[in-house]
Write a protein that binds this ligand. Structure first.
Ligand code: ACO
Length: 288
């Protein structure tokens, strides 16, 4: 199977850089980004893998990381059905790069101090750009799986929450650290967290900025499964294979239904099921 891979060592530009043998596109990240991007992107058939790849800094994330993530979402090859988000090294991600809190900031990306001087619209636009890196992971056409070991702090926890499913190592440490640092979680994490654990538990967890381990994560539904760290990659591979075993169009339609279910009445959901099923059955009989 063809494999596309490039290091996001510099620049943050993603481009369809390679035509593979059978003519399908494989996205790669061009080598023109700042070292702070720290992402690797690989496509192997129907599975894409996004790897946070700055283990020496515990995969700390910057605005360049989020821009590159957004570009991956924008240019994701159509054949991809499963997206795995993982982190290199002992921790999934130690969250936002703490240099953002310093006057110097992150080279080429400014600091919170410089961002604070922006107008409201421009400042919120900057946050919206960052959020784009997370939101595409919910697309119905794909299932996103976070493979999480060690620390998943702040932006790291939110990146895991941005995925549909979480497979965790037994050493996982989730922590929504933002309130302890004077911030709110703004990388799309508050909704999935509240949806999964409920508002009271989410308040308790975030406003104490405490750590949640593997057993509690599974109990609360924050993780689908916890495995020994040495088995994390295999567990994710097994889950991806099981997800790929179902029909592609039916999987997308079912995900659409399930995502919309909490916001609908029973009657509305029943109507949505009917509409999706009519399309499905017509498609099945058209192709058989
Ligand atoms: N930003 C920048 N550098 C970081 C970050 C970070 N968020 N986290 C770790 N690093 C760096 C350390 O400075 C250190 O660098 P150095 O080797 O050049 O000194 C290296 O990564 C390793 O870090 P250690 O602390 O030595 O690693 P350890 O495994 O002992 O601890 C831990 C890991 C617990 C994650 C710790 O590094 C930590 O608490 N980091 C900060 C977490 C944080 O507050 N994140 C912000 C959350 S809020 C948000 O994301 C919006």
């Amino acid at each position: 199977q063809e494999q596309g891979m490039a290091e996001a060592a510099m620049g943050g530009n993603l481009e369809h850089a390679r035509e593979t043998g059978d003519g399908s596109d494989v996205s790669t990240i061009s080598a023109a980004a700042p070292a702070e991007v720290g992402l690797r992107f690989e496509v192997d058939g129907e599975i894409a893998t996004v790897t946070l790849d700055r283990p020496d800094k515990r995969n700390a994330q910057t605005f360049a990381t989020w821009s590159a993530l957004a570009r991956i979402g924008e240019t994701l090859p159509e054949q991809v059905r499963v997206v795995v988000v993982r982190g290199e090294g002992p921790s999934f991600s130690a969250g936002i790069d703490l240099r953002m809190f310093t006057p110097e900031g992150v080279p080429g990306q400014g600091s919170f101090a410089s961002a604070a001087a922006l107008g409201d619209t421009e400042f919120e636009q900057r946050i919206a750009e960052a959020q784009k890196g997370f939101l595409w992971l919910r697309r119905p056409e794909i299932v996103s799986i976070a493979a999480v070991q060690g620390h998943a702090i702040g932006a790291g926890f939110q990146l895991a929450l941005a995925c549909d499913l979480r497979v965790v190592a037994d050493d996982v440490k989730f922590c929504m650290k933002e309130p302890a640092l004077g911030l709110v979680p703004d990388l799309t994490g508050t909704k999935p967290l509240a949806d999964i654990v409920g508002v009271p538990r989410a308040i308790e967890m975030c406003l104490t900025a405490r750590t949640v381990g593997a057993a509690e994560a599974v109990r609360l539904g924050l993780a689908e499964i916890a495995v020994p760290a040495s088995e994390l990659a295999q567990a994710v591979q097994d889950l991806a294979a099981a997800l790929l075993a179902t029909d592609r169009a039916a999987a997308a339609a079912t995900k659409r239904l399930l995502q919309a279910a909490p916001g609908r009445t029973l009657e509305e959901q029943a109507a949505a099921e009917r509409a999706e099923q009519v399309t499905r059955i017509r498609a099945l009989f058209a192709s058989n």
